[in-house]
Write a protein that binds this ligand. Structure first.
Ligand code: ZN
Ligand code: ZN
Length: 69
């Protein structure tokens, strides 16, 4: 019985992989910008002024890297 259970678990894991559901973005294709965390403020400052984050769009989201590759 124990062997059988392990075999079923492996099958389930393989099935899960086969679906390739993205765990990074939840299959939405977009993630919150990792540079500004959606706040649109760049961690770098220029003359004490916060620069707008250049890595994401105006909503602070970026296309999911995991889905692109
Ligand atoms: Zn950003
Ligand atoms: Zn994704």
């Amino acid at each position: 019985m124990e062997w059988n259970e392990k075999g079923q678990l492996a099958e389930m894991l393989e099935e899960f992989k086969g679906r390739q559901k993205c765990t990074t973005c939840g299959d939405t294709g977009y993630t919150l910008c990792s540079s500004c965390r959606g706040g649109k403020k760049s961690p770098k400052t220029f003359h004490n002024t916060n620069l707008r984050c250049a890595f994401c769009d105006e909503n602070g989201i970026v296309p999911c890297k995991m889905c692109l590759c």
